[in-house]
Design a protein around this ligand. Structure first.
Ligand code: SF4
Length: 300
């Protein structure tokens, strides 16, 4: 009995230390000081002025990525919804209906993220999005990328996926929510959705590191002999679906950054990132003040 309660106490204490998120690791790669300021409670609230349109577009694109199976299913004529005796819809009308259907209800799903966005602006961006994506669907090149030889969508069609699967590892003191998790008989495959630029080849280093962090969380969660060997990155803006192997060096990088993030969250003020985007950073003023203060104190 005593052993059990001790174990429970230990577990509770251990759980208390879980405070690093996978998103902290990706932030670290942009600039380690972002992790510092956020850990100090300076989380940016709301959407920065001038960024609203970009944020709304990213949310709409992400929702599109979660529903690509609808577009993929159209290949087999599953999604047209034609009843007996009904006239088939034109390609243009069909594309518009599909996109409208996908983005319908987005404001409810992303209620928290969109709470400060004006309704009129949201509706205007949504309308533009429906128009441009409908054109994309009529654009053969974009559609071909979705429908032809798409390893990821074939896997999704065969095995389904779990959306935004959340994992917590007490051992790693890390948690994270992976966009899509596919489980086949042989393997577990994490997938992340990116609304930014797609690299010419393969995937960005930060995306490989992020997949490696999820791989480690999955392996901790499954408590089996599972080794996550590969993942997918969906660069949805250009409909590029990249499969990538999760290598030792990606895992090593994720663990290295995890250690650094823990130190920062413990109070260490880090150096700025090599390519830190200071000109569009909400912490710019705070960062300068802190630097000046440290220079005064330590003559740095
Ligand atoms: S101002 Fe620059 S160095 Fe400071 S947190 Fe922002 S990006 Fe990093």
């Amino acid at each position: 009995m005593k052993v059990g309660s001790d174990a429970m106490k230990h577990k509770k204490e251990h759980a208390y230390t879980v405070k690093v998120k996978v998103s902290d690791l990706t932030q670290y790669l942009i600039c380690p000081r972002l992790v510092y300021f956020r850990a100090k409670g300076h989380e940016q609230t709301g959407i920065a002025k001038g960024k609203e349109r970009g944020i709304i577009e990213s949310i709409l694109l992400k929702e599109l990525a979660f529903n690509l199976h609808i577009i993929y299913g159209e290949r087999k004529g599953e999604g047209k919804g034609k009843g007996k005796g009904e006239e088939p819809e034109s390609e243009e009308a069909s594309a518009k209906i599909i996109i409208e259907d996908i983005v319908d209800g987005v404001e409810k799903i992303y209620k928290e993220e969109l709470k400060d966005v004006e309704k009129d602006l949201f509706e205007a961006v949504k309308e533009d999005f429906i128009r441009s994506q409908s054109m994309n669907m009529e654009n053969d090149k974009w559609l071909r990328k979705i429908r032809n030889e798409n390893g990821l969508l074939e896997l999704e069609e065969a095995h389904g996926y779990e959306r935004e699967h959340t994992m917590v590892s007490e051992k790693l003191c890390m948690s994270g929510s992976v966009d899509k998790l596919i489980r086949t008989e042989e393997e577990v495959i994490p997938c992340i959705i990116k609304t930014g630029r797609c690299p010419e080849y393969n995937v960005w280093k930060s995306d490989r590191m992020q997949l490696a962090a999820y791989a480690m969380l999955i392996e901790e969660e499954d408590e089996s002999e599972t080794t996550v060997k590969k993942g997918f990155v969906e660069y949805i803006r250009t409909a590029e679906f990249r499969e990538t192997q999760i290598r030792r060096r990606d895992r090593a990088l994720a663990l290295h950054i995890l250690k650094r993030v823990k130190r920062i969250k413990g109070g260490v003020f880090p150096d700025k990132g090599v390519n830190a985007p200071c000109d569009k950073c909400v912490f710019e003023e705070m960062c300068e003040t802190k630097k000046t203060l440290l220079s005064t104190l330590f003559g740095k």
